[in-house]
Design a protein around this ligand. Sequence first.
Ligand SMILES: *Cc1c(COP(=O)(O)O)cnc(C)c1O
Length: 501
Amino acid sequence: MGILALRIAGKKNGVSKLHGEVSRELFAEVWPNIAQRESPIDYVTNGIHTCSWLGPKMKELYNKYLIAYWQDNIHKNEVWEKVRDIPNDEIWKAHQERKIKLLQIVKENTSTRLKRAGYGYEQIGSIVDQLDPNILTIGFARRFATYKRATLIFKDLERITEILNKHDRPVQIIIAGKAHPADVEGQELIKQIHEISMKPQFKGKIFLLENYNIAMSRYLIAGVDIWLNTPRRPMEASGTSGQKASVNGVLNFSILDGWWAEGYNGKNGWKIGTEKEYDNYNIQDKDDSEDIYMTLENKIIPTYYRKNKKGFSDDWVTLMKESIITTGGNYSTARMLVDYTQKLYMPLINLYNNHYSDLEKVSEYNNWKQELYRNWSDIKITQVGNKDNITLDAGNSVEVCCKVILPNISPDSVEVQVYCGRMLDNGVIQDFEIVKMERIKENKQEYEYVGRIKFTTGGDFVYTFRVMPKTEMILDSANLNLVKWMEKDKKSELVDKLLEE
Ligand SMILES: *Cc1c(COP(=O)(O)O)cnc(C)c1O
């Protein structure tokens, strides 16, 4: 169904910048004659419906300090700048109220669950009475799909034991989630976390909540201090729970995947790992978990416990404000709808209004397309003149020419292009450029084209020519799947290479 949709949809998009890249690669075979980087899949990053996810106390603060009608201007970044004017203790107070409310819910939920499991009143008390709103609290709640790696933070049990149990700087973790009824592996993760949470050193430190749902999610995303997200990069399409946390002043601590790969700016939360690509899951888990421990120990915990006389960390609140300011507008549904409207809906509406309300035009287009399909394979491209193996200084340009035979095809129906890239020593091609060529001569069905390639950097460059269909009737003309590359001894090898990169 996905491939059917990609073939017939007017526009296609991923739901974050990285997901756009991954999708272009994943679905490259839908457009076999162009490089995967050219797959006509754009992106619009997901966003949250801000006011549905904002805790009431935080909303009151925004009403007080942001501009009037800020709720009608959520997508504008300047609206959020005003968050800087909120006094630190007011933000902290609003946050602590949500945290206290959450801890109450954790206490009730855990007590009910342990009671049902046969634990005694005193045993339960010794666990839930340890919940403390002055302790740094990490939250993790989402579907227990295996790629989300809910147990990653427990990879090294000794290390996490030490982190959670520092007597002057303790940490508590709250976890919630459901696995799909058919996802046995996901269910196994829940069991593992339950078992870990019942180990003596984790009692009263790790809380696993039952019956995760949207209502519970509301308290979690606003009431913890840190929102942990550990998907296996690059499998998270966008993720939105971190956006919900962020707008409530909860700091993200996440893998650079999905929305966080573009949302993280170095000072609005923390990243886990790098943008490195792994083919070994074990090594990836080890590197990522190691980074979790290091960042907790060296950055997150010290910042949280650098408390002032009023009992909170001003450095922490600075991060909270930066997080709200940089993500409030960008990761809202309001911004998302503006993007969808500008990038996809308006161009398609204009296309319809300009071309498709006239049925005769549609029928003409259809005939044009049939003709093109009939004749396309007879197109021939040959290079004119030889500009191979020449040396130029950076900043200069070179003119390249080709001759194109267009059998029963009007030159107005095609665009002829130079396709150029820089070849590295290891054979990888980079810095691609596509240059539209100009028609300079014609003789019956033979045409000569010229294009100018400008070299801004040094290096070895390679180029070839291709013919693409040209029509106003669709936005992604790649969907016609008509691309003619020049075929000529060593050049065809180059095309294979270009398509691979
Ligand atoms: C927002 C939300 C999600 C999505 O969470 P991710 O961390 O983005 O996967 C899942 N479940 C509920 C109940 C939510 O509110």
